[in-house]
Design a protein around this ligand. Structure first.
Ligand code: NOJ
Length: 574
């Protein structure tokens, strides 16, 4: 097995040639990774849906932006019951998005631009249109085809009740009853997410082998790494009697798992046996393929997913869940860097992705609200049960820019979500009839779901779908998208796009080692730290301008005020 050793602390990425940077087995440790939600990025054929050729056409944009890697959310054949996280075939491209040849062309273009490619892999569940699931439905109870999924008899006199009272993550029961091939009401299958996403049975060797095949399939096509969807849910212990919802809630967090790894389906210890096998496949390649786990587990158990013998890296969503607050940020950064040092992984940082309210909007709402949008009084801005909140767009963007600049200065890899480089706000007022997220439908519209961060990007100030494509957009774009368009920001002083471009370029030049030293500021509202080589970052979380420490200002998230750092701003110095 190849060892993964950290970059020497003295080497700056700028000193590596482009070829060395590409071949570097540690490229991921401090990478800036840009998440593309393919159906909403760029539409090359005017059908209203973003596609692979659309991405290829935008490679020059990505190169100018200065990111190191692209993470592609699912692009596989799918009925889109859950935005593509319901996969019909793990080794193909959705014909609505293109072909395998288009994929190869995109991978080549990205690599030629010096950009790595990370594919999203969805191992916990297939779609209900996957050939295995169709075969399971057509096969009798107890058959090998049913053994690839989790089928159980129902409770009650005639099996009319689900095997347990568990809820799915999107609301409603976690079990769905099928009709047997002879037309009678039959067994139930488990689905932690939508009913169109039946959970696979990971104690079945055939399932495990098939995924190893899938990992090789994409690695052979040039995929450099994988983002592993719900990495903490794969293994299950469904020995009967199944614990009730109440028992599970009493013993621990229903959605995160228990701290001792004994929850029936979240974060079980034996899930790591799977990733040890995956690691062997990753290490067949040079440089080894990388992986990052999406695992919403107790902070104390995250390191297991990030181990070099396993996936190597795990998302840390702590900053994403925090308030814009100096104390919270400092505690989270310190804790996660210490954790990463202990395990040999590098930390990950993220503020926005396709599952959460965009951070430019979250930070414009009163602290503590805005993590999940819910409908209230016909308005969609409010957290369920929270008092009415007014959005301050200007404040939200200002804080988002400050937070991002801070994040880009912290050691580890930074995951950026398409559109955040434009300072894009969440689209809250999508009509119910146009919503797509199963979370909206399964929650009977109480939670508005995640469509608001998935609206197709505005590339142009005017025109059909703001340059997203020649047709419409599969989710409605509001008029105010115009001022966020790439065209409006490209080359415009102080635009958010220019800020991201400058920051990413500078970061590549300045980044070295993986150390961070906190410098005392004498104020609880100011965070100041330095990185090797004299690079410093200062953030003013307070509400009035403050003096900057000595040094040359390299970049600031908002213009300085008489040489001072304004409220809600970050500056980099040397
Ligand atoms: C996590 C993904 O990020 C989310 O979008 C999806 O709905 C669930 N996993 C289920 O696959």
């Amino acid at each position: 097995m190849k060892r993964i050793t950290p970059l020497p602390t003295t080497a700056t990425l700028a000193t590596l040639s482009e070829a060395d940077r590409q071949a570097d087995p540690n490229w991921w440790r401090q990478a800036a990774v840009y998440q593309i939600y393919p159906r909403s990025f760029a539409d090359s054929n005017g059908d209203g849906l973003g596609d692979i050729k659309g991405i290829t056409a935008k490679v020059p944009y990505l190169q100018t932006l200065g990111i190191d890697a692209v993470w592609l959310s699912p692009f596989y054949p799918s009925a889109l019951a859950d935005g593509g996280y319901d996969v019909d075939d793990y080794r193909d491209v959705d014909p609505k998005l293109g072909t395998l040849a288009d994929f190869d062309e995109m991978a080549k273009a990205l690599h030629e631009a010096g950009i790595k490619l990370i594919a999203d892999i969805v191992p916990n569940h297939s779609s209900n249109r996957h050939k295995w699931f169709l075969e399971a439905l057509a096969s009798p109870k107890g058959s090998p085809a049913r053994e690839r999924y989790i089928f159980r008899d129902g409770l009650g006199e005639n099996g009319e009740l689900p095997p347990s009272d568990w809820d799915s993550v999107f609301g409603g029961p976690a079990w769905e009853r099928i009709t047997e091939p002879d037309g009678t009401p039959g067994q139930w299958y488990m689905h932690i997410f939508a009913k169109e996403q039946p959970d696979l049975n990971w104690s079945n060797r055939e399932v495990r082998d098939d995924f190893l095949k899938t990992l090789r399939f994409w690695s052979d096509r040039g995929v450099d790494g994988f983002r592993v969807d719900v990495a903490h849910a794969l293994t299950k212990d469904l020995t009967e009697p199944l614990l009730s919802k109440l028992e599970l809630t009493r013993e621990g967090q229903l959605e995160d798992g228990f701290e001792d790894g004994s929850h029936p389906f979240w974060d079980r210890d034996d899930v790591h046996d799977i990733y040890a096998e995956w690691r062997e496949v990753f290490n067949e390649y040079d440089p080894p393929r990388t992986a990052v786990a999406e695992a919403w587990v107790h902070a104390t158990r995250r390191a297991r997913y990030a181990s070099p013998e396993g996936l190597g890296q795990a998302f840390n969503f702590d900053l994403l869940q925090a308030n814009f607050d100096a104390g919270e940020f400092r505690e989270i950064i310190t804790r996660n860097l210490a954790e990463a040092k202990e395990t040999g992984a590098s930390s990950t940082w993220v503020f926005s992705n396709h599952d959460v309210v965009r951070h430019a909007t979250r930070y414009g709402l009163p602290q503590g609200t805005g993590k999940h949008l819910a409908k209230q009084d016909g308005k969609a801005w409010l957290l369920a049960g929270a008092p009415a909140a007014e959005l301050d767009v200007e404040l939200g963007l200002r804080r988002a820019r400050a937070a991002t600049l801070l994040m880009l200065a912290v050691p580890g890899s930074a995951y950026l979500y398409q559109g955040e480089e434009l300072g894009l706000q969440e689209v809250a007022d999508i009509p119910d009839s146009e919503r797509q997220d199963p979370a909206f439908f399964r929650n009977k519209g109480v939670e508005v779901g995640r469509d608001g961060c998935r609206v197709p990007l505005p590339w142009k100030v005017e025109g059909t779908s703001f340059g997203f494509g020649d047709g419409g957009a599969h989710l409605p774009q509001p008029d105010w998208f115009s001022k966020y368009a790439v065209e409006a920001q490209d080359g415009t002083d102080n635009s958010t796009l220019e800020l991201y471009c400058k920051a990413l370029k500078l970061r590549r030049e300045l980044q070295s080692g993986e150390e961070l030293e906190w410098l005392e500021t004498g104020s609880p509202d100011i965070l100041h730290f330095s990185r090797p080589g004299g690079w410093q970052s200062v953030t003013n979380f307070g509400d009035s301008a403050v003096d900057l420490p000595a040094g040359t200002v390299l970049l600031s998230s908002s213009p300085l005020q008489d040489g001072k750092l304004p409220a809600n701003s970050t500056a980099w110095l040397r």
